[in-house]
Structure formats: structure tokens, C-alpha cells
Design a protein around this ligand. Structure first.
Ligand code: ASP
Length: 606
């Protein structure tokens, strides 16, 4: 028996044809001796019928009937038969093969399936078993239509990326998986060398240094669908290994790189959805993004903008604000307009949001409501009528509007405000679901200064080209992030190509010359051989896919993901290795007796 068609192919034009289908028994039912089977494969589902009363003369009904009895759920089977029209009224308009069925003349069990641990038929969300069970048997989970669609779309997505990159003269070049550590702000996974005991490779957090050295090596336009590895503590929706589109270009400015990415996204959009996308994307500066939306990856699909009140309230005799402003903090307000939200948030809801302020990362939350032309609340008594009026003006507050006020240190308070803004938008259903808002975050700082220790750290990574003198009070970095609907899809930058400037940046973040030499000597040396001006970007493919497909987690778009505790329940990794292997590597472990695999498995609520 050789397959003539897939389970997604047959239509009414095929009626009368003899076919052979092979696939999995998704569902079977018996109607008074007539057996119906939903035969499934990657391409679709076809109804198969075994009707003892209605088989061609030469068929051995008994043997066929015996074979059919072995067709347990999810077994791999092969059937020969004749395509016929379904009985009037039993067509399934939702299924492309739903007008026809295949009347079986021969059948073979190819491989029997054990009873599957969960139902694979198309089920509504919430009915599916918990994620750990699905991931433990991911090879079965992958048979679900939704999982198949995710894998297919991802494959097409990557194919389109490759086409575009090749059309634009990029070379696909692989960089090492075993290498020296590349700092991207997380911990490295390290791999011991057996040949050189006591030394280690690191798995790349990204191909950053190698792609820059490819530019030194004249490769000019490089890209790679690169696997990256970061040993981070469990964080929502992160994976220890993930895939990014990594690229780098020589002799370019920021706009060249952004144009290339916009072109890529437009190309992929057309290819995936047959639709045009508006380019160029919107650009928003880091400070504006933070001060308006409380986020460096602002979701611009809805309003709810913060307005600074620092100037307006600076003379108000309200202790809390005074204390905050004296230490360089800020005060800002969010106006929930009466028609959008103000009237839907009652006094109790206001208290509930105040109660959650700490969870958002806010020191506190205050409110005012515009009633009978005046601002009212439990704190308005601390403000003069002039100041209240100024707040009202600045916030554009009108009858029934509700104002939320946040105050505190600039960064953490705006970020907390951003979390509140998101929660409000979700609660009030203000987020248009089908809209895709791509935005470039630009004008970022080069460094972040720790408010307590005064220590400098890089805002993005230390290879970003500073935009002005490193001794200036504010140093900008030539970096840019691509955001989509409140998510960061990726970041890019122009890079430093002058070895001395690279050393200065390392020094600025507290490295001494010895450490620079030890960690990055090879790299700075490479820059010294005529490194061209260059820059690049990396886009997270897992995240991008999960947003495009409307999935809650990137795990749904990864064939074999780890769970939230970085465990693969399917193959049981991470796992212990035999003592002999460790001895060979001259590694001793502090054995944790009694720790068994199940301890690693279960998922915590987020
Ligand atoms: N290496 C950076 C990252 O993985 C991206 C880049 O700057 O190209 O975030």
C-alpha cells in the first residue's frame, strides 16, 4: 500500500477515485455496524467509512473487520478505498475534505498506538490538559491542528526571512556554538573541555562578537538564524535557548539597518498574510516612551498617556510629593477619561488598584476625580485651588474623568506606571486585538548609572557606538529596539569600531586593563585591523512568532521547549551524568541526593 493522497487533499472532484491514505486514527465511532474514522495527518482530516453492507465484491469483509478492530486511537494506519460523496446533510463545511469520505476496501495497521494520555481532537482552550502533560508527550501534542499550524507558520516565516536576506546580498554564516563567553547580560552555560581539563567553553548568548569580527573579515552583510543560550533564572516566557535572526552590515548608519528590517517585515508580511504593512514604522525616543507610556517597549495600540506633573505640584504642601521631589523624583498623572474608563472605575476599583500599587512596582498611588468642575479626592485638601486648577489644566481633566497620580524615582516609578497602564487597558478592554503596532525605540542612553553606588553599566551592551564624548554628563548610544504591541522584538545598534574607544567604554563600566585584555583582548585586537564602521540587529523569532499567532507563550511555537523551570520533561534534561564522564572531565559535583526528576517538573503559577 502506497499513499496516493494526504488526509487534507480529497475534494468532490475526486469522487470515484481509488485512493490510499495513511495517517493516524484521531477519532472513531460505530453507527450500527458502520464504522467512521477521522484519519488525520499534517495536512488535514478525512472521514473513512467501513460499511460491511457496502463493499466491492472482492473485499474480504471478515478480515477487514478484524483489522479495523485493531485501529485504536492514534495508531498509524493505511487504508485503500474509493472516494464517495457524503450522505446529504452530513457534509462538514468546516473541513475542506468535508464533502467526501473514503469507503474502505482494504486496511492495514502500520503501528498500534498505546492509549494516548490526552485527547488530541481539536479542543477549545481550557479543555487541553495542563502544559506539562502536553510537553511530556510533545510528539503527540504536535499532532494537534494548532500545533501543526504553529510549526508550519514558523517554517514559512524562516523561509521568507532567508529569501529576503539572500535577495539583499546577505551571506548566511554559522558562528561557533562552543566559544568564549559573550556578555549579553545573562549567565553563560558553560561546557567543560575534556582535552584541556579545567577549561571551559561557553555557549553563545548571541553571536555578537563573531558577527562583528565577520565585518572585520570583510563579509559586509551577514545573517544567521542563530540559536542563543542564556542561563537566566526562571522568568515568564523565557527559554534557556532561543532563536534569533542575527544580522550585521558594514559601512551603514542606523537608518540603513532599520530600513533593511522594515523591508524584511513587509516582505514576510506579504508572504505570510498576503497583506501590505505600513512602513516606515513609528519612532519614539526612550525618554518620551518612558514618560508617556511607562515602558521602553511601549504598546501604542491604545492611549492612556502619562503627563508630567512635577512642575505643577512642586510647591504643593503635600509631604509625600515634597519628599520625592527633593530627592530628584517625579510626579505624573494618567487621565482616565469619563467616557472611556472614568465612570467604569468606581471607588472600590480605585482602592483595588491602590492596593496593587506595590505589585506594579509603585511606591504608592493616589487619585483625583473631576466632579462639578473641581478635582476631588482624599488628598485635594493638601493642594491650593490654584495648584488643583493647574493639575486639571495640565491633565485636560473634564467632568467625570478619573486621574491616577504616580510619584517616586524616575525610572522605577514610570515602569510601575507602565504596569498599571497595561493592567488598566486590559481591565477596560482597551487593547485592539488584531492591530500590529511596530515601533522603533530610539535615542537611548549609552549608560545607566546606579542611583546608589554611582556605578556605570551599559544600557544595552558595551559594543554600542556612543554618540558623544564619554565624559559628557549624558552619553547617548546609537542603539534602537524594535517593539511590537508592548514587546521588544529585538535590539540593534551601530558598533564601536575604534579599539581605543572600545577600551574606554569597558573602563567606564569598571573594567581594568587587565580584565579587558583577559576577556576581550582578542576582540579589541581584531578591531585594530581596520574594522569597518558597522552595525546590526537581532530579532527574537520565538517571540515574534508567538505574537503573530496570538499564543500566550513562546513554548507553543517551539517544537521541543523547556518548561518554566528550564526543564525538558520530554527527554528529562537537565540530568545527572555518569561519574566516569565527570572524572574524565576532572569535575567533582556536590551530589544532591534524593533529588529526583519529578521535583523539577511541575509548573509554578506565574
Ligand atoms: N547581540 C544583541 C542581542 O542579542 C543584538 C545586537 O546588538 O545585534 O541582544
Amino acid at each position: 500500500m502506497r499513499r496516493t493522497n494526504t488526509c487534507g487533499e480529497l475534494r468532490s472532484e475526486d469522487i470515484g477515485k481509488k485512493v490510499c491514505l495513511q495517517g493516524w486514527v484521531r477519532f472513531s465511532r460505530d453507527h450500527g455496524g458502520v464504522a467512521f474514522i477521522d484519519l488525520a495527518d499534517r495536512y488535514g482530516i478525512t472521514q473513512i467509512v467501513f460499511d460491511p453492507e457496502d463493499v466491492p465484491g472482492e473485499t474480504d469483509v471478515n478480515s477487514l473487520s478484524n483489522t479495523m478492530r485493531t485501529f485504536t486511537r492514534e495508531s498509524a494506519v493505511s487504508v485503500n478505498g474509493i472516494v464517495r460523496k457524503r450522505v446529504d446533510g452530513t457534509e462538514d463545511a468546516r473541513n475542506p475534505t468535508g464533502e467526501v469520505e473514503v469507503l474502505i476496501t482494504e486496511a492495514e495497521l502500520l503501528n498500534r498506538s498505546r492509549s494516548p494520555p490526552f485527547e488530541l481532537g481539536d479542543q477549545k482552550e481550557g479543555v487541553l490538559p495542563n502544559e506539562d502533560t502536553r510537553m511530556r508527550y510533545r510528539y503527540l501534542d504536535l499532532r494537534r491542528t494548532e500545533a501543526i499550524q504553529a510549526m508550519e507558520t514558523r517554517s514559512r516565516f524562516i523561509h521568507l526571512i532567508r529569501q529576503y536576506m539572500v535577495e539583499n546580498g546577505f551571506l548566511e554564516i554559522e558562528t561557533p556554538i562552543l566559544a568564549r563567553s559573550t556578555p549579553e547580560g545573562a549567565r553563560d552555560f558553560i561546557v567543560p573541555s575534556r582535552v584541556h581539563p579545567g577549561t571551559f567553553y561557553a555557549l553563545p548568548q548571541s553571536p555578537q562578537l563573531f558577527k562583528q569580527m565577520l565585518m572585520v573579515g570583510s563579509m559586509d552583510r551577514y545573517y544567521q538564524i542563530a540559536r542563543c543560550f542564556r542561563d537566566e533564572d526562571s522568568r515568564k516566557d523565557r527559554q534557556p535557548e532561543f532563536t534569533q535572526l542575527d544580522m550585521e552590515m558594514s559601512f551603514v548608519d542606523s537608518k540603513d539597518i532599520q530600513d533593511m528590517i522594515e523591508g524584511l517585515i513587509a516582505y514576510v508580511w506579504k508572504g505570510l498574510f498576503g497583506k501590505e504593512i505600513d512602513i516606515p514604522f513609528r519612532r519614539i525616543g526612550y525618554t518620551e516612551a518612558m514618560e508617556s507610556y511607562g515602558s521602553d517597549k511601549p504598546d501604542l495600540r491604545y492611549g492612556l498617556k502619562f503627563v508630567s506633573l512635577t512642575e505643577v505640584v512642586k510647591d504643593a504642601q503635600y509631604d509625600i510629593f515634597q519628599r520625592i521631589l527633593k530627592t530628584g523624583g517625579m510626579v505624573a498623572g494618567l487621565n482616565l477619561k469619563a467616557d472611556v474608563a472614568g465612570e467604569r472605575i468606581g471607588r472600590n476599583d480605585v482602592d483595588r488598584y491602590i492596593g496593587q500599587a506595590k505589585k506594579f512596582g509603585l511606591g504608592g498611588l493616589t487619585w483625583m476625580r473631576c466632579k462639578d468642575g473641581k478635582l476631588e479626592s482624599n488628598i485635594t485638601k493638601y493642594f491650593t485651588p490654584e495648584i488643583l486648577d493647574a493639575i486639571k489644566q495640565k491633565m485636560g481633566a473634564e467632568e467625570g474623568d478619573l486621574l491616577f497620580l504616580i510619584a517616586g524615582p524616575w525610572k522605577s516609578t514610570y515602569e510601575g506606571g507602565g504596569a498599571l497602564r497595561k493592567r488598566l487597558a486590559e481591565d477596560l478592554d482597551l487593547i485592539p486585538k488584531d492591530e500590529m503596532q511596530f515601533t522603533w525605540l530610539v535615542d537611548c542612553p549609552m549608560f545607566e548609572v546606579d542611583p546608589v553606588s554611582g556605578k556605570y553599566d551599559v544600557f544595552h551592551h558595551p559594543f554600542v557606538l556612543p554618540e558623544n564624548d564619554l565624559n559628557d554628563a549624558y552619553v547617548g548610544g546609537a542603539c534602537f529596539d524594535l517593539c511590537l504591541n508592548g514587546n521588544e522584538l529585538g535590539s540593534g545598534s551601530l558598533r564601536i569600531h575604534d579599539p581605543e574607544l572600545q577600551r574606554e567604554v569597558f573602563r567606564k563600566i569598571g573594567m581594568d586593563d587587565e580584565k579587558i585584555q583577559a576577556d576581550f583582548g582578542f576582540f579589541v585586537e581584531a578591531l585594530g585591523y581596520g574594522a569597518p564602521p558597522h552595525g546590526g540587529i537581532a530579532l527574537g523569532i520565538d517571540r515574534f512568532m508567538s505574537i503573530l499567532l496570538g499564543k500566550d507563550t513562546i513554548r507553543e511555537v517551539i517544537a521541543f521547549p523547556k518548561n518554566k523551570k528550564a526543564v525538558s520533561l520530554l527527554d528529562g534534561s537537565p540530568a545527572k551524568v555518569e561519574d566516569e564522564k565527570l572524572e574524565e572531565l576532572q569535575i567533582m559535583t556536590l551530589a544532591i541526593e534524593g533529588m529526583d526528576f519529578d521535583d523539577l517538573g511541575s509548573l509554578d503559577e506565574e
